[in-house]
Write a protein that binds this ligand. Sequence first.
Ligand code: PMP
Length: 365
Amino acid sequence: MTAMEELPLRPELRGRTPYGAPQLAVRYALNTNENPHPLPPALLADLQVALADAAAGLNRYPDRDATALRTDLAAYLSRSSGEPVAPGQVWAANGSNEVLQQVLQTFGGAGRTALGFTPSYSMHPIISAGTGTSWVDGHRRDDFTIDRAQATAQVREVQPDVVFVTSPNNPTGTAVELDTIAALYEASSGVLVVDEAYAEFARPGTPSALTLLPGRPRLVVSRTMSKAFGMAGLRLGYLAADPAVVDALQLVRLPYHLSSLTQAAARTALAHTEQLLATVDAVKTERDRIVTALPGLGLTSVPSDANFVLFGHFADSAATWQALLDRGVLVRDVGLPGWLRVTAGTTEETDAFLTALGEVAGTPA
Ligand code: PMP
């Protein structure tokens, strides 16, 4: 067998391991921030029809510009944020990971630098490496919030070509104030990407960075249908930005990257937005239930505006992760000593998680 290292691998990929949470067959998979609620039967019925229609046209390439889908996404963003977003400001790809990759291919690359505030979504540095972009860790306070003065000073000093702000942040759940995002935009001369994968779960009073788009042509807001929409298997992510950014992305996107089936399924799901997002409040209730129950187990958490909770402290978080798994509950060890991350989902899942955690933490739930 040939070892990977024996291949003429790019030097920056040597010694790396692929990203990916364990996909284990467990009763309670609370490790990838999916929405566990079943899809509405009316959507499933419509998907059958839409996918059959699209299948009949599979001999032809899909709409390369995904015009109809981008129109639907723009309408959703405008409706939900109150900020008018035009179809020409929207771009879609196979998951927001691909959207972010296209952004880095366009604005990062060899000899260029990206900066993100660690700990955050670990794919940001990985996609940077994959596109030959150097990575710089931005600083956070010990409570995982971003210090505006310190962050803007660091951005002025490093002058990154791409800055990532994840809000609400993964894995901490921390929302970032719009004033901080605006200040980071002013401090940088590169592209500022606000990764809003979890925006729909934010508590009231946490407006989207979409409201900052007017007059900021270097601002990109990325979203996904993987989380609140409960469509992780669909692989549909998107962004909103100045139309010039969308034009620039055309330089790197592969032609026909979004299959006809994906476009049809995403449009069908968007037509059911209201029913799909009806589960968001229930998920937020479970999140808040987890947060409230933790002190009773002698544990703490980071305030969360997402569909997950970072909880701790543990002397040995790896041992706790394993002990929970032994009880059929799979959470995420995000590599932050003392902390673990759990996805909030159904009431049954919360019950199972808190019961297992009570056993593990030594206190009845
Ligand atoms: N951004 C953040 C912050 C995420 O947590 C995730 C998924 N874990 C993504 C982007 C990527 O999501 P997808 O590619 O499924 O849209």
